[in-house]
Ligand binder design. Structure first.
Ligand code: CA
Length: 412
């Protein structure tokens, strides 16, 4: 595999620090302000390529981009995605033979906004990072708490809410819910006082599986269309009261933010790495000898009202114990069926050190150690008008693959 930067005639894409070189080519949907119109797109340097228009011009084969939302293109499978990647890399190459025709489909990135890229079918949130799960256990049950045996044998998950998945830039309203006062046992319905974010990766499914069927490793890998950054907003006080014995419900259902561009498995291929050391050997259907996670640097910035920024954590997606493919194998293993547009959250991604924990519950250790902000203020949980910005970048010596940010502001 080439670890070289693939050069484009769009010169900004050849900059070593560009998030969107020709090696990346993520898929999304843009809204062009001047034309008040949405279109399927990829991004190259500081330009977006209008795939809906390119399809109309017969520059690219008919792969469903006329439908704007990507579900139709996603349904064409991994071979179509690989084919269009090759075609786009030729059309946008430094020595492209169709430079002027391609130029008609290019629009400056800053003249567009991102819209929802695909219709989310169903949403499942996993709990696949050992560091996070262990920290959460210790915060709730004390320093000596361990993870239960099932955690080391299967990727724990719950079925979440697809209707409240929003793209970056969408405000998140502080939810109200039932909260039980820990001191006196009085239950009230009121706004959450422990609003948190969770730094996760999202896996977007681009194929379907009939009810009753299961997946082996290769089949599961082929069903994955790509990856986004995901913020699983959480109300910890509502969660603490409602989660026993069936798990989270309303404390997680009020909003989940995702980054706008779907980064493909092909773009992330050079960043595959082995998952953390196993505590127990996984059962054969997980095909653990093939397991991979991605080396993607992740960062979260808290922006206060007024604009003061604090980078509150840095970690890496390779901290996930269960890989996205293994999550999908497990998801399908009882025969529930899988749909195009399904979204799987990885679970909060935390490193081992403080400063690499993926949510405020851990960063403030249950609210006991406040997080210092660069303004001099402190936080245990989020306040109104705080904005949380997730960023993700995979870095090779000669190029980077960027995700673009996933942000959301808390409103009342
Ligand atoms: Ca979560």
């Amino acid at each position: 595999m080439s670890l070289d930067l693939i050069k484009s005639f769009v010169e900004t894409a050849n900059n070593r620090d560009c998030d969107f070189p020709l090696n990346n080519l993520p898929f999304g949907v843009c809204f062009e302000k001047s034309k008040q119109k949405c279109f399927s797109a990829t991004v190259i340097g500081d330009q977006v390529l209008n795939l809906t228009f390119a399809e109309e011009l017969d520059l690219i084969p008919d792969l469903g981009f006329k439908n704007v939302l990507l579900n139709s293109f996603m349904s064409k499978g991994s071979s179509a995605r690989k084919e269009i990647r090759k075609i786009l890399q030729e059309l946008l190459a430094e020595n492209s033979k169709k430079m002027s025709a391609v130029g008609r489909c290019l629009i400056p990135l800053n003249s567009c906004t991102n819209s929802k890229a695909f219709e989310v079918s169903e949403y499942t949130d996993f709990y696949s990072c050992k560091n996070h799960a262990l920290n959460a256990s210790k915060i709730i049950r004390g320093e000596n708490a361990e993870l239960s045996k099932n955690w080391y044998n299967l990727p724990v998950a719950y079925n979440g809410r697809a209707s409240s998945i929003v793209i970056t830039g969408s405000d998140i309203r502080r939810p109200s819910g039932q909260i039980c006062d820990q001191n006196n046992g009085i239950v009230k319905f009121e706004p959450t006082k422990k609003l948190d974010f969770e730094l996760e990766m999202g896996t977007v499914i681009g194929g379907s599986l009939p009810i009753g069927d299961t997946l082996d490793f290769e089949e599961a890998e082929n069903l994955i269309f790509g990856y986004v950054l995901l913020n699983d907003w959480s109300a910890r006080d509502i969660q603490a009261w409602e989660y026993q014995p069936l798990g989270p419900f309303l404390s997680k259902s009020f909003g989940t933010s995702i980054s706008p561009w779907i980064v493909t498995p092909e773009a992330l291929e050079p960043f595959k790495t082995t998952p953390p050391k196993r505590v127990f050997q996984l059962l054969p259907h997980f095909e653990d000898d093939k397991a991979f996670v991605f080396d993607i640097d992740l960062k979260v910035t808290l922006v206060e009202q007024g604009g003061t920024e604090t980078d509150i954590l840095q970690t890496n997606a390779k901290e996930l114990y269960y890989s996205p493919v293994q999550q999908l194998i497990h998801h399908a293993s009882a025969g529930c069926g899988i749909s195009i547009g399904d979204l799987m959250g990885s679970g909060t991604i935390s490193g081992i050190e403080k400063g690499s924990f993926g949510c405020m519950l851990e960063l403030s250790w249950g609210g006991r150690e406040k997080i210092a902000l660069s303004s001099g203020k402190k936080r245990d949980f989020l306040q109104d008008n705080d904005t949380v910005v997730l960023n993700g970048t995979a870095t090779e010596e000669k190029f980077k693959i960027g995700f673009s940010s996933c942000s959301g502001r808390i409103i009342n």
